[in-house]
Design a protein around this ligand. Structure first.
Ligand code: ADP
Ligand code: MG
Length: 255
């Protein structure tokens, strides 16, 4: 199972909390290179679905494949190393650490190399540190935070903190990135900047799944759009289809 065109293959995914089915038999195929918008009311199961995909929660049933590989039983660190990145609804950077150090302490694609670092010769350690720093500065430059590299992360605005989180995720060189409400608490100018960076990465081949409450933003930038309600997929289609879907109009698009 899992076609080559599939970035994420989700089959029968289910997670209960007591009697509540937070995610209830979700089947979803996320095509490579797409920017899927995941919408739905509060409590629909969007964040729980992300947690099942990243492995921070275990499913009661169902399977998840990432780029064709079954990751259902893999730990979160292993899924990250396999190319799955995610950002959080409320990012929590190390506030007193510099922006650069926050990015340098992110897990990298070369996880094993870092773990063995202390056992390497001092010159090799220094070379590795220099490579990591250069990569971190490259990523900070991409998200436009390079001028703030030495600032404490706690001094950043809400939008800059989201850019920092994206930078940390990019250190893992992910093929799929899950974004939980990237625009929440971000001013319009920084939201545009952030979305521009996301689209640039998307054009380069990175697949995105984005939970977002700003319907205008979702309609303009995401395809396809997937709606969850009470743990189930209740709609999947284009923005145009979403805008003519009576259930969605009543639930989110009306007024
Ligand atoms: P969304 O992100 O769409 O707002 P969530 O995935 O956060 O929804 O939550 C889905 C449902 O599962 C909600 O009813 C929520 O209260 C419940 N829920 C989420 N996480 C837990 C948990 N750890 N324990 C118990 N219930 C939870
Ligand atoms: Mg949520």
């Amino acid at each position: 199972r899992g076609s080559v065109a599939e970035a994420l293959g989700i089959v029968g995914l289910t997670r209960r909390f007591g009697a509540l089915r937070a995610v209830d038999g979700v089947d979803l195929s996320v095509e490579r290179g797409t920017m899927t918008g995941l919408i739905g009311p509060n409590g629909a199961g969007k964040s729980t679905l992300f947690n099942l995909l990243t492995g921070t929660l275990r499913p009661d049933a169902g399977t998840v494949t990432l780029m064709g590989q079954d990751v259902t039983r893999m730990r979160p660190e292993a899924r990250f190393a396999a190319g799955l990145g995610r950002t959080f609804q409320i990012p929590r950077p190390f506030a007193r650490m510099s922006v650069l150090d926050n990015v340098m302490t992110a897990p990298t694609a070369q996880l094993g190399e870092r773990l063995w670092g202390p056992f390497l010769r001092p010159r090799a350690v220094a070379a590795q540190e220099a490579r990591l720093r250069a990569r971190a500065m490259e990523v900070l430059d991409f998200v436009t935070l390079a001028p703030l590299a030495q600032h404490p992360a706690g001094k950043l605005s809400g939008g800059q903190t989201k850019l920092l989180e994206l930078a940390r995720v990019l250190m893992g060189e992910p093929s799929v990135i899950l974004l939980d409400e990237p625009a929440a608490g971000v001013n319009p100018a920084l939201t545009e900047l952030l979305i521009g960076k996301i689209e640039e990465l998307n054009r380069g081949g990175t697949t995105f799944v984005i939970i977002e409450h700003d319907m205008d933003l979702v309609m303009r930038h995401c395809a396809p759009i997937v709606a969850l309600a009470e743990g189930r997929v209740v709609f999947q289609g284009s923005a145009a289809e979403a805008q003519s879907n009576q259930v969605l109009i009543d639930a989110y698009l009306g007024g």
